[in-house]
Design a protein around this ligand. Structure first.
Ligand SMILES: Cc1cc2nc3c(=O)[nH]c(=O)nc-3n(C[C@H](O)[C@H](O)[C@H](O)COP(=O)(O)OP(=O)(O)OC[C@H]3O[C@@H](n4cnc5c(N)ncnc54)[C@H](O)[C@@H]3O)c2cc1C
Length: 287
């Protein structure tokens, strides 16, 4: 068993007043298992940097747990990114999830707008301006980023982010543990030793799981897709099956030296907490 294991939880800025009203209860439930930090998405689904900041401050005020804002750079100027970094530093933030962000539908990856093109440039920028004041997490893609020209080119681009100064990486969601183990072997061969924490998305439905996987290029094993499709009219049975599949994935990852787990909570406490309980409970796993 690895020690100390780290659990972190991703939240996104709520998009409606109703969702905002529900979030404090979700944060309270998740904070009770003492995650290492909450990360807060930026720009995903059309949210603004202001939304990220407000959600971050809600978590800080309510729990005191460490927060890590995501920061996407594509389409931004250096001055805009510099201003955000200053604001985060003044708010006591010590960790940033540094990303390129998704390109506008009209842009080709080679001609991304703004003063940053790729996440490695953002990592370098943060290091230049702020030295070691922030821990920097970057994204990793065990199954390859969908716009990459090849797995080896994508891995080379990952290596550049590490060389630019990333302290750790969080992976895109996946349901195929072998893809993660293969990625870690490639890291070992390349001399990359930063922790690469698997990103875990609980399964709570058929249509949303298929959509999430299609959106990020993750392989949903055929047998899992077929079983979810069959169970979609029986919510309780689907949740039970999804829990079993993802709990087995988590156990396999942790048994094989994953440094922790980063949960895509989708602003729901229960699916993530049930997973942790099924895997033996946060305290037992941390011990
Ligand atoms: C943990 C995690 C959190 C995320 N959070 C958010 C969020 O909050 N908001 C949001 O909008 N999106 C988020 N995303 C999605 C992410 O922004 C997209 O996947 C985006 O398309 C790529 O971001 P990146 O930081 O991985 O980019 P990069 O590492 O820059 O890579 C992007 C693509 O460009 C290629 N590439 C990199 N460098 C070069 C180069 N020098 N020359 C040619 N090609 C290159 C890579 O192979 C890859 O295909 C998240 C993803 C993950 C895994």
């Amino acid at each position: 068993m690895i020690s100390p294991l780290s659990f972190s939880f991703e939240l996104f800025p709520p998009r409606t007043p109703e969702a905002a009203a529900k979030l404090p209860a979700v944060i309270e439930q998740l904070a009770a298992v003492r995650p290492k930090y909450f990360s807060i998405t930026h720009g995903a689904g059309g949210s603004s940097p202001e939304g990220t900041y407000e959600t971050l401050m809600t978590v800080v005020r309510q729990t005191g747990v460490e927060v890590a804002p995501h920061l996407t750079c594509v389409g931004s100027t250096r001055a805009e990114v510099a201003a955000l970094l200053t604001r985060y530093r003044e708010a006591g933030v010590k960790r940033i999830v540094a990303l390129r962000g998704d390109l506008p539908a009209t842009a080709m990856s080679a001609s991304a707008p703004g003063e940053f093109h790729y996440a490695n440039e953002l990592v370098s920028f943060i290091r230049e301006r702020h030295g070691a004041a922030f821990k920097i997490e970057v994204a990793a893609y065990p199954e390859m980023h969908p716009q990459a020209s090849s797995p080896s080119a994508d891995f080379e681009h990952f290596r550049r982010k590490v060389e630019a100064g990333a302290d750790g990486a969080l992976t895109q969601l996946f349901y195929n543990a072998d893809a993660y183990f293969d990625f870690m072997e490639r890291c070992a061969k390349a001399g990359i030793t930063i922790p690469v924490t698997p990103g875990i998305m609980p399964i709570t439905g058929f249509a949303n799981t298929v959509r999430f996987c299609a959106g990020c290029g993750a392989d949903l094993p055929r047998w899992v897709r077929l079983r979810l499709e069959e169970l979609q009219e029986d919510k309780a049975a689907l949740l039970e099956f999804g829990l079993e599949v993802v709990a087995r994935l988590c156990e396999n990852l942790l048994r094989n030296d994953a440094p922790g787990l980063h949960f895509y909570t989708v602003n729901q406490a229960e699916p993530t907490l049930r997973l942790l309980t099924t895997c033996g409970g946060a305290d037992a796993l941390r011990a």
